[in-house]
Design a protein around this ligand. Structure first.
Ligand code: C5P
Length: 218
């Protein structure tokens, strides 16, 4: 079995909102693979990328991911505990990007992601879903937007949550994470050859959603 839809793209492009909506519309589970990298980053802490590979491999054996629930409300758990808001900080995101350059981490999560995809139909979001993890997915999308627009969206999101947000700081964080994700040796962020790329810069969520469903129903 393969997931129904893969959604890849850079940070802050709107993947999560769209993936959840699509999962609801299609009646399948939703998997946020960024949350898996963030969870490992959070649990392993800042020194993870300096561990000898054997030690890191052994520690990675101790994490087991599961998916429950349905649609956009699907819940990702690690070792039986639902993944929570603690992973949603820029510090954890930066750490996640750093460990995401390590082949041993990517191997481990790729296996976990493929196992989840084999157990149920998915809308799955990430960076390498269409290129590496689910190359035979039925529908592949790559969402893009200018870094300025993505920073603006992230800022709005944070402000809506009552959190302080500085546009220049967020833009710098997004650029740094983009650089790391696009330039790493293993599974760099890029569109799969057979993905539909949607430039969302001048579209709102409804507009992007309409575009995605148009392709899916075509
Ligand atoms: O999507 P999110 O911003 O939560 O992902 C956090 C980080 O995890 C990304 O910046 C990226 O480095 C890494 N990631 C990845 N491959 C994925 C999903 C996330 O390398 N499939």
């Amino acid at each position: 079995t393969v997931p129904v839809v893969t959604l890849d793209g850079p940070a802050g492009v709107g993947k999560t909102t769209l993936a959840k909506r699509l999962a609801d519309a299609l009646g399948v589970a939703y998997l946020d693979t960024g949350a898996m990298f963030r969870t490992l980053a959070w649990k392993l802490g800042p020194g993870a990328h300096e561990l000898p590979e054997g030690d890191l491999r052994a520690r990675l054996e101790g994490f087991c991911f599961a998916l429950s629930g349905a649609g956009g409300a699907s819940v990702l758990s690690c070792n039986g505990v639902p993944v929570g808001e603690e992973i949603r900080t820029e510090e954890v995101a930066a750490l996640a990007s750093r460990i995401a350059t390590l082949p041993v981490v990517r191997e481990r999560l790729k296996a976990a992601q493929q196992a989840l995809g084999a157990s149920c139909a998915l809308v799955v979001e990430g960076r390498d879903m269409g290129t590496v993890v689910f190359p035979t997915a039925r529908h592949k999308f790559f969402l893009d937007a200018t870094p300025e627009e993505r920073a603006r969206r992230r800022c709005q999101q944070l402000e809506a949550q009552g959190q302080p947000a500085d546009l220049a700081t967020i833009a710098a964080q997004i650029r740094e994470r983009d650089d790391m994700d696009r330039n790493r040796a293993v599974a760099p962020l890029r569109a799969a050859d057979d993905a539909v790329t949607v430039d969302t810069t001048s579209l709102d969520i409804d507009g992007v959603f309409a575009e995605l469903t148009r392709h899916i129903n075509a």
